[in-house]
Structure formats: structure tokens, C-alpha cells
Write a new protein. Structure first.
Length: 197
């Protein structure tokens, strides 16, 4: 779009309109400038960018904290859980002196099938009044299939404690701990259930 010069009658009309106009924001209003007939306004001065201040990489980062945030291993997390059941019974359980009243073996199941089977098993055994059950997950595959996405060893082994901590199972479960070697060791869990009400 090209700019054309205003004719004298158009310029007079513009000046009349400009004199009667009121600014929307008086504090921000610029002083009125009058231009001679046929003159063009000067372009505004160009201001360059502010100079960059000196800095060093990482100067505003938090210091003294851990250099990485890694989730502890499954065994460490299981041992760090507080004991919510009777302490004497817990000590017997850890030594393998208590016999499980029921067991479920999740070997060879897909994650979806294992989740459903575990949920049904826990609900049934709780309604039957059983307190200690054994959930066998296995230790998982020893090698990765080499696909583009790495697969965690022992998918069921890592998911079972998580599933037991979510509703509706969380309200039925009192304690989850690794099984003693005579009941499967690192490939199984003891699940101590609450009393049915």
C-alpha cells in the first residue's frame, strides 16, 4: 500500500478532527505535534538491544543438592516401608516361620492379565478371612529383547507392589514385603491382609 500526500482540504479536515479528539488514556497521551502542510513526520529513533551482561553457565542453579534424582531400587524401597502389622508376626514372617494360607503364581501372564488376576485373588482371599498370602511374580527376564524401547527386568515384580498400594486393594492390604527364600525369595511377595469387617 503506497502512502499519498494529503490535499490541503484533507489536511485541514484532519487537523479539525485531531483538535476535538480526546485521548483514551490521558497519562499516556503524547503532546500534539503540528506538521507544516505537505510535510512528513520523521521516523522514530531506533533503539538497539540492551547489552548482554556477563554471566557464567550455572550461576543461578541450586548448589549442594544431589546431582541426580534416581529412584532407589525395589528392595531398598520395600525395606524402607514402615511396619504396619504386629512386630512379632512381622519378624516371624521375615524369617519364613509363617506359612502362607493361599498363593497365586503370575508367571507367564501379561501385565493386564496379571493385574486382573491379582485383584481378584486379593479380594477373594480377604473375603475368605485369610491373612497371609503369597504372590509369586518371578524375577523376570535376564536379557532385553533388543527393541528400541528398553524393558525393565521383572515387569510384574516391579508392578505388583504398586498395584497393591492403589485402590481398591490398598484398603485390604496391611503389609507387603519380600518373601523368604523358602517361599520364593526375590521372585515373590508376602501380602499380609487386614481383618475382614
Amino acid at each position: 500500500m503506497s502512502r499519498r500526500r494529503l490535499r490541503p482540504d484533507e489536511l485541514d479536515l484532519w487537523r479539525q478532527v485531531a483538535r476535538t479528539a480526546e485521548p483514551l488514556h490521558p497519562a499516556q497521551a503524547r503532546p500534539k505535534a503540528t506538521l507544516p502542510v505537505g510535510a512528513r513526520p520523521e521516523p522514530p529513533e531506533r533503539v538497539g538491544p540492551a547489552p548482554i551482561q556477563h554471566f557464567t553457565v550455572g550461576q543461578t542453579s541450586a548448589r549442594g543438592g544431589p546431582s541426580h534424582d534416581v529412584l532407589p531400587g525395589l528392595t531398598d524401597r520395600m525395606q524402607a516401608q514402615p511396619v504396619t502389622m504386629d512386630r512379632k508376626a512381622y519378624d516371624k514372617l521375615k524369617r519364613g516361620k509363617l506359612a502362607p494360607e493361599a498363593r497365586i503364581d503370575l508367571h507367564g501372564m501379561t501385565v493386564d492379565r496379571a493385574h486382573g488376576a491379582l485383584s481378584g485373588f486379593i479380594m477373594r482371599t480377604h473375603s475368605d478371612g485369610k491373612r497371609l498370602v503369597l504372590v509369586i511374580t518371578g524375577k523376570g527376564r535376564r536379557s532385553d529383547a533388543g527393541g528400541p524401547i528398553p524393558v525393565r527386568q521383572g515387569v510384574l515384580r516391579h508392578n505388583v507392589p504398586h498395584w497393591l498400594s492403589l485402590p481398591p486393594l490398598a484398603g485390604l492390604v496391611m503389609q507387603v514385603t519380600n518373601a523368604h527364600n523358602r517361599h520364593g525369595g526375590g521372585g515373590a511377595y508376602y501380602v499380609y491382609l487386614r481383618r475382614p469387617r
